[in-house]
Write a protein of this length. Structure first.
Length: 312
């Protein structure tokens, strides 16, 4: 009888330890996420949209069509421009070689459309595209799994952000996303000209202002980064051992570390004084009664030193 009671206490304590540590739903403990995606390489994405995003400290995802990018100099998206964008933290995603509907061509040609574009982007920029968008958003299960191979994922749901968008509709969409701890992926083509462009640049800026008003609740990051975070978050297992004020956490993630590269935010109500993973000091943030520690799910054991009091 006594042994059973002791066992129960030990078990409860260990369950309690685990419950104290989880991976936050989104990075930095934000309630929801938002990714800007831009399709087809319309030139005013470069001249009008990117300066506005960068002014606010945001980065977008640009789905480019391989055969549309000129070799050498040119206006709009060139390989030099694309390489530079990637260097500034924007994501360059794959949107096929020639923008044909992948459901309306033989499967072998669809494979070529995808892989040729991937290889071209890698060859010209040195960066492997980590996400994919389907021309006309047309895909089935087989096409989807082919296109996602070697990547973190593909865009399958999106909120149009363009000439057809209304302020009321978009505001509602944003607020629902935050209420539901969701992830909003916007899809934009032209800004002032081209497919589904806005009435003017100011209209586009108006939508950015709606987003900025909600930035405290939103993690704004490129599509592949959010996809990577979500899949790592859902895959990782945390082995937790607490000894006095020292906590050892062993993260185990079964995903391919070559392509899944997002760091995760560990969340705990306990106050953490110092956090290390291997030889690296980890970033520790404390707010709203919780601590967030940014860690790499592939980099081995994490050691946390807890503070004596919650206010330390
Ligand atoms: Zn397109």
């Amino acid at each position: 009888m006594r042994r059973t009671a002791l066992l129960a206490v030990v078990l409860l304590f260990s369950i309690n330890c685990h419950a104290q540590f989880r991976v936050a739903t989104y990075k930095d403990g934000k309630k929801a996420a938002l990714s800007f995606t831009f399709d087809d390489g319309a030139s005013d994405q470069l001249t009008l949209a990117i300066p506005q995003l960068e002014e606010r400290g945001w980065r977008g995802t640009f789905y480019i069509i391989g055969s549309f990018i000129p070799e050498g100099d040119g206006n709009g998206f060139t390989w030099n421009v694309i390489r530079d964008l990637a260097g500034r933290g924007h994501e360059i995603g794959s949107h096929t070689m020639t923008h044909r509907n992948l459901l309306e061509i033989p499967y072998e040609e669809a494979v070529k459309e995808v892989y040729d574009c991937d290889s071209l982007i890698l060859a010209r920029t040195g960066v492997r595209p980590l996400s994919f968008a389907f021309p006309f958003n047309a895909a089935d299960a087989r096409i989807k799994s082919m296109a996602e191979s070697g990547k973190v994922g593909s865009r399958t749901t999106q909120a149009v952000l363009g000439g057809r968008t209304t302020v009321d509709g978009f505001t509602k969409r944003l607020d629902e996303t935050i209420d539901r701890d969701g992830w909003l992926v916007t899809m934009t083509h032209g800004i002032e000209k081209g497919y589904d462009h806005f009435a003017s640049l100011e209209t586009f800026i108006g939508y950015l202002d709606l987003i900025r008003d909600r930035e405290d609740d939103l993690w704004i990051a490129p599509f592949a980064e959010v996809t990577s975070y979500i899949k790592e978050r859902d895959d990782v297992r945390l082995g937790v051992r607490i000894k006095g004020r020292k906590v050892r956490i062993v993260p185990e993630c079964s995903l391919d570390r070559e392509i899944f590269r997002s760091t995760l935010s560990l969340e705990t109500p306990l106050p953490v004084r110092k956090a290390r993973q291997g030889r690296k000091d980890l970033k520790v943030m404390r707010f709203g009664g919780k601590t967030l520690v940014e860690f790499n799910p592939f980099a081995g054991n994490i050691v946390l030193k807890l503070s004596q009091r919650a206010d330390q």
